[in-house]
Design a protein around this ligand. Structure first.
Ligand SMILES: [Zn+2]
Length: 488
């Protein structure tokens, strides 16, 4: 989330600025934009904005202060644009509610700021109170196709919203949309999600349930929640889009932090970090690390199989287990979406332990499995991903291979498992993934086979008995997969 409008440089925050920045961090706020108010606090504004990577600022003179400024003030604004890389010109605009400055003075200063914004290709942050008509007239006049910006704390009706959008502007919503008596619901409802920004306007306009208290950036989630509620969409969607909108408008360049092998996958989910991008360049597309989407991979795996069999014989039912049986196989893995893959695999496992146990009276059991799996990724956009697997399999069994007791059948099984993937991109070549997975296979079919009974008193007295077995396979494995057509 980005709080596109928070006056955290004001005196109200002097004693608690570190705390509110910490809480903003905890609330997953990537960036806070501090708009300027008046020339006498410009120095402090820049100092506060430079104190953290998470902060950036706009420069300009608030309409309340229009009266106090002279020609030197607008020169100072331009000088700061040149020397300190603000992300916007603002906040500027018109305020006819408070009678601090005559409208003509406000209008003149507003226009001068708009010209500066165009000259330096910066977006504008526009304040408006009871002045829609003049705001629109001036914006229309100054709009030559290069002017971009946001009407902050937007409180207009749907018709005024339409006008703002026609002028190429974004709108940002703040705490007042959460108030019980708000008349902004319809405006929020019809505002297109790709034109909305979030803001707190801290320290003012605290949203419900903090109404009346000192507002702070961490409260931005209540604005996102309210927008999601009105539009009947998910909060995630609101956050994703408004963040993207803010980055595009304010040209905030996002760099991707690639996580190392040791990073914890859950943290990696929020691994995107950004760097203030104030350069006079076109905004860069957000880079999202998305290694898998629509890619086809081929892989191989190796592991040790533990087979537990439930055996029914004439003399009763019992369980036997065989451990440490090598198995291997190959598969193809296709991602229709980044968070899910479909896998078709082949597993070969030869149980020779039964030959030892039967003192060479029986041949090995061979299990060949065709596994159809779906894998579901918890955090697909990270270097290390957790996943779960579920799917059906068919097992081709050959019991007692190579002896006259050999029996063959096929059975149906369910396979399920969990694992994690480390993905290693090779630019221009493809993506290599290393996975550790533990898969279980539950055989749903009863198979007929033979068992051996020895007479402890006479080693030559050997009896073969018919058995009915159901098998359970535990198949932990190391998987190496290569996606040659991967776009990364
Ligand atoms: Zn403001």
């Amino acid at each position: 989330m980005i709080d596109t409008h928070a006056h955290i440089d004001v005196q109200d925050f002097d004693d608690i600025r570190d705390d509110i920045l910490k809480r903003a961090e905890e609330a997953n706020i990537e960036k806070i934009i501090i708009p300027a108010i008046e020339p006498k606090t410009f120095n402090k504004l820049i100092e506060v904005a430079n104190s953290s990577e998470k902060l950036c600022f706009g420069i300009g003179i608030h309409p309340h202060n229009s009266n106090e400024v002279n020609g030197e003030a607008i020169k100072l604004v331009e000088q700061i644009i040149n020397e300190h890389n603000p992300v916007a010109v603002g906040e500027i605009g018109l305020d006819y509610y408070y009678d601090f400055s005559p409208p003509e003075v406000q209008k003149k200063l507003f226009r001068e700021h708009l010209k500066l914004a165009k000259k330096y290709q910066l977006p504008v942050i526009v304040h408006n109170r009871d002045a829609f008509e003049d705001i629109f007239a001036i914006l229309e006049d100054e709009q030559d196709g290069t002017l971009t910006g946001v009407l902050h704390c937007f409180s207009g009706n749907p018709e005024q919203l339409e006008k703002a959008l026609d002028l190429g502007f974004n709108v940002s919503f703040t705490g007042n949309i959460t108030f019980k008596k708000t008349n902004l619901e319809e405006t929020v409802l019809v505002a297109p999600l790709d034109k909305i920004l979030l803001e707190t306007d801290s320290p003012w306009m605290a949203p419900v349930p903090h109404r009346g208290k000192k507002n702070e950036p961490a409260f931005i989630k209540f604005i996102a929640e309210k927008i999601a509620e009105i539009k009947k969409i998910s909060i995630d969607e609101v956050i994703k889009m408004t963040t993207k909108n803010a980055k595009t408008l304010f040209k905030i360049v996002v760099l991707l932090l690639l996580f190392t092998f040791y990073s914890f996958p859950i943290i990696a989910q929020t691994s995107k970090t950004e760097e203030g991008g104030f350069k006079d360049i076109f905004s860069e597309e957000e880079e999202v690390y998305n290694p898998y989407e629509k890619s086809l991979g081929i892989g191989g795996f190796l592991g040790t199989n533990t087979i537990v069999q439930s055996i029914q014989e004439a003399r009763g039912t019992r369980d036997v287990s065989y451990e440490g049986i090598l198995f291997y196989g190959g598969m193809i893995n296709f991602f229709p979406w980044e968070f899910m893959s479909v896998q078709l695999g082949y597993v070969y496992s030869k149980n020779t332990k039964i030959v030892e146990k039967s003192k060479n009276q029986l041949g090995p059991n061979i299990h060949q499995v065709i596994e159809l799996g779906t894998q579901w990724y918890v955090n697909p956009n990270s270097r290390l991903n957790f996943f779960g697997t579920l799917g059906p399999s068919i097992i081709f069994n050959k019991f007692g291979e190579g002896t006259d007791k050999q029996k063959e059948n096929s059975s149906f099984a369910i396979n399920t498992g969990i694992g994690f993937n480390l993905n290693i991109p090779f630019t221009g070549v493809g993506l290599l993934t290393l996975a550790a997975e533990w898969r279980l296979s539950f055989d749903m079919t009863v198979s007929d086979t033979y068992g051996v009974i020895f007479n402890p008193n006479d080693p030559n007295d050997i009896k073969f008995v018919e058995q009915r077995v159901t098998s359970f396979f535990s198949l932990p494995r190391i998987v190496v997969t290569f996606y040659p057509f991967n776009r990364q």
